[in-house]
Design a protein around this ligand. Sequence first.
Ligand code: E4P
Length: 215
Amino acid sequence: MKFFIDTANVEEINKAVALGVADGVTTNPTLLAREAGKAEDIYRAICAAVEGPVCAEVVSMERDGIVREARELAKIGKNICIKIPASKEGLMAVKILEGEGIRTVVTLIFSPMQALLAAKAGASFICPFVGRLDDTGQDGMEMVEQILQIYENYGFKTEVIVASIRHTLHVRDAALMGAHIATIPLKVIEQLIKHPLTDTGIQLFLKDWESVEKR
Ligand code: E4P
C-alpha cells in the first residue's frame, strides 16, 4: 500500500519523506491557498522533495481549457499528475491527456459509478473523498469497497487513492480493503505510529534499565 501526503506544505512533505512514508503528494486549490508563493513555485518545490507522483489540480472546467492547463502543469515536472474533477468535460479531457502520456487523477469522486466512468476514460488514479461523504451521513469506506470490487470485476488498472482521510481508522480500513493508495494529512500519519501502551512500555523499560547492573 502506498501513502501519499495530502498537503502543499513542503516542510510537512519533508517530514513524511524522513519517516519513509511519502510515496507521493496530493494537493488541491484549498491546500495551495494555505501556502505563500506562486502555485508553480510550490509545485516545483514539491517535485524536488519527492520522487513519486505530485498531483496538481486544474481549475478550468471545459475540456479544451482543462487540456491546455494540464499540458502547462505537466511541464513543471515529470512526476506531475493532473487532478481533474469528475464531470463530463473532465472525463473527455482525461481521455485526451492519457492518450498523450499525461497521467490524470479524477478527483471529487463520491460514487462508485463516477469511479467506473473515470476508469473507462482511462484515468491513472481516482480520489474518492471518504471523510466528506461521511459528513453527509453516508459511508465513505463502503463506497471505496464497492469501487475496488468493480475495478477487480473488470480488471481496470486505475489506482484508487483513498482521499479526505480524517482519522486512523480510515487508513486501517483502506489497507484491509486493499486500496492501492491512501492520501493522508501529516497529523494522521503521525497518529498511526502512536499507542499509549507503547509509551508506557518504553517508560517501564527505561525505569527497569536503571536497576540493571552495567559492567
Ligand atoms: C485529495 O486529494 C484531497 O486533497 C483531500 O483528500 C481532500 O480532503 P478534505 O476533505 O479533508 O479537504
